[in-house]
Design a protein around this ligand. Sequence first.
Ligand SMILES: [Zn+2]
Length: 154
Amino acid sequence: MKSLHLSRQISVLRSFLLMVVLSQVAGCCLPPGLGRQKERVLMTVTAYCACRECCEWKRQCLIGPPVYATGPSRGKRKKVGITSDGTRARKGVIAADITRYPYATRMHVPGYGWGEVHDTGRLIKGDRIDVFFKSHRDAVAWGKQKLWVTVIRN
Ligand SMILES: [Zn+2]
């Protein structure tokens, strides 16, 4: 009787150990953060700010609802400082190709830091992104860089 109890304890211990081993093995495939995918992508990173120069050049940046982009009221009701998903433009806002990197995708850009996709742009397609700076001078100083960007998908 006592040995039966002991063997049951051993089998419980064994299955527990097996689960620990399996979770360790699975740990390589499943990154921390429950199903969140982390990847590194070589991207072309440009910069912009909320000024007229950056936005006219980009044409579609920071205009709020897309209905104001064309037609007779074009340029009139432009919401300066509001991104295409309605977020207030600030440091950490990233414009990306949302068919690849949907809104709220987190990215780490070397030299810029962590940011989140909240904007789009006519020229922002594929693995090209635009990082937001408060000042035009900082945006110009950034220029155009090829960088390994860490992408966290939600
Ligand atoms: Zn600017």
